[in-house]
Design a protein around this ligand. Structure first.
Ligand code: GLU
Ligand code: MG
Length: 463
């Protein structure tokens, strides 16, 4: 029996601003259970199911977790509880089951925000930004693959007819997967995120859903919830939604492009300058931010492309079935040019195309912000926009360093970046970037120890 919500699309009511409003919202919405959720450093969502009757206790005391069991969050089995403290403003009624809501939480240990927790890190960075009289707004473009298991335990694109040479925007491809795409769109409508488009992306089985930009923390929470929502909906249909950046070597990978803009606390768009001599509609502050992100690109990429698999998407250039990877290779920026790491698609905002679908949205946003602000502090000049097609095999920009080729290179760049080191701050006895770089080196080493089919094919009898 389905417990799907069949309510019409509508925006949710204004989010609660206090514990009392939260309790009233739970009653008003007929909520039976609240998921108290947070992510670890790998971006894996963890939660406990809290019955409505226990919500006052959740709000007063938070809810405890054995931190080591959460995975990467800087805890040993001997450490005290991680207590998830709900951020009441993130309350959302979940659109795929009746009576279910979610609240994102800030992990605390011994009564203090836990410095390894991604949401705590971004929250702190945004509070510092507010202290400088600025607000960061972010729009996210999540992409993913809709897949199914094959009889032999492998994976295949969910739609067996999705084999054409130009799958992007293909009306027949979208039509065949309409049940899924419309279900996700309806869910986003019920969440009130301002879903304005949904498309078949450039790879077979790949989709993207777009919703309005918002304050950086709100968007990061939405990315976490979006992934969960799409995975749950796909699973209900017997399918797999995968946010692995490059499940198929020969197809375009999945990005999580982030559109960034800094605003004044009075609502002034600080990246906007219609009189920009370079013609992109970007202010001096916006260019300095761009210069900062480009200068720190190798370390930033360590956060925006955080898996071994990420580096099979990055730098792939036109070497895919569709003829384009749409992913950057160099630390460059341009106008409305999708081969650049940073694109200025419209006056007043900058799109970071170096973020992939596996990124932890809190850490990726914090890294981009720290790098950009360093540029602002140094009045960095990124030079003229790059106009080349950087996916062309021979293209090499005159300026703009190549991006890390592997997770190991990126982890090393994180470790060496003094600005990221200062921005991510202390964690336990050491510093967060060292903890992070170490865990990424270990991830790479584990991958590297495994001998794969390619090596056997290439070397077994040829040497
Ligand atoms: N899927 C591409 C990527 O990995 C992006 C395609 C697009 O421009 O939307 O970044
Ligand atoms: Mg896209």
């Amino acid at each position: 029996m389905s417990t799907r919500v069949e309510a019409p699309t509508h925006a949710q009511a204004r989010p609660p601003r206090s514990a009392e409003e939260f309790v009233r919202a739970v009653e008003r919405d007929g909520i039976e259970f609240v998921l108290a959720m947070f992510v670890n450093v790998d971006g894996r969502p963890c939660c406990k199911l809290v019955p409505a009757a226990a919500v006052p206790r959740l709000l007063a005391d938070g809810v405890g977790f054995a931190g080591h069991a959460v995975g990467s969050i800087g805890q040993s089995p001997a450490d005290p509880d991680v207590v998830a403290v709900p951020d009441v403003t993130s309350y959302s009624v979940l659109p795929w089951r009746t009576g279910l809501a979610v609240v994102q939480c800030d992990p605390h240990v011994n009564g203090a925000p836990w410095p390894y927790a991604p949401r705590v890190i971004l929250r702190r960075a945004l509070a510092e930004l507010a202290g400088r009289g600025m607000v960061l707004k972010v729009g996210a473009e999540p992409e993913y693959f809709l897949l199914r298991r094959t009889a032999d335990g492998g994976i295949a694109v969910a739609d067996p007819e999705d084999t054409g040479p130009r799958p992007c925007y293909d009306a027949r491809g979208l039509g065949r997967s309409l049940d899924h795409v419309a279900e996700v769109s309806r869910a986003l409508g019920r969440l009130g995120w301002g879903n304005y488009s949904n498309d078949h992306e450039d790879a077979h089985g790949q989709f993207e859903h777009n919703f309005d930009y918002a304050d950086a923390l709100v968007t990061a929470d939405r990315v976490v919830l979006f992934r969960y929502l799409v995975q749950m909906l796909a699973r209900d249909a017997g399918l797999i939604a995968s946010f692995m950046p490059k499940p198929f070597g020969h197809l375009t990978g999945s990005g999580l492009h982030l559109h960034l803009s800094l605003w004044g606390t009075g609502g002034e768009e600080l990246f906007l300058d219609e009189g920009d001599a370079r013609g992109l509609g970007v202010s001096a502050l916006g260019y300095a931010f761009i210069g900062g992100v480009l200068a720190h690109a190798p370390g930033v990429v360590g956060f925006t492309c955080p898996t071994v698999n990420s580096y099979k998407r990055l730098g792939a250039r036109g070497d895919t079935a569709s003829g384009s990877s749409w992913a950057p290779t160099y630390a460059t920026y341009g106008g409305n040019n999708r081969t650049q790491l940073l694109r200025v698609p419209a006056p007043g905002r900058v799109e970071a195309r170096c973020v992939d679908s596996s990124a932890n949205p809190y850490l990726a946003t914090a890294a981009l912000l720290a790098a950009g602000l360093d540029g602002v502090d140094r009045s960095a000049d990124p030079g003229p926009p790059n106009e080349a097609d950087l996916e062309a095999a021979a293209a090499q920009p005159s300026s703009g360093a190549p991006l890390p080729a592997t997770l190991a290179e990126a982890a090393e760049a994180v470790r060496r970046d003094a600005v990221l080191r200062a921005a991510f701050g202390k964690a336990g006895e050491g510093e967060f970037v060292d903890f992070y770089a170490r865990s990424k080196h270990e991830e790479f080493a584990e991958y590297h120890r495994a001998v794969g089919g390619w090596e056997v094919d290439r070397y077994l009898t040829t040497l």
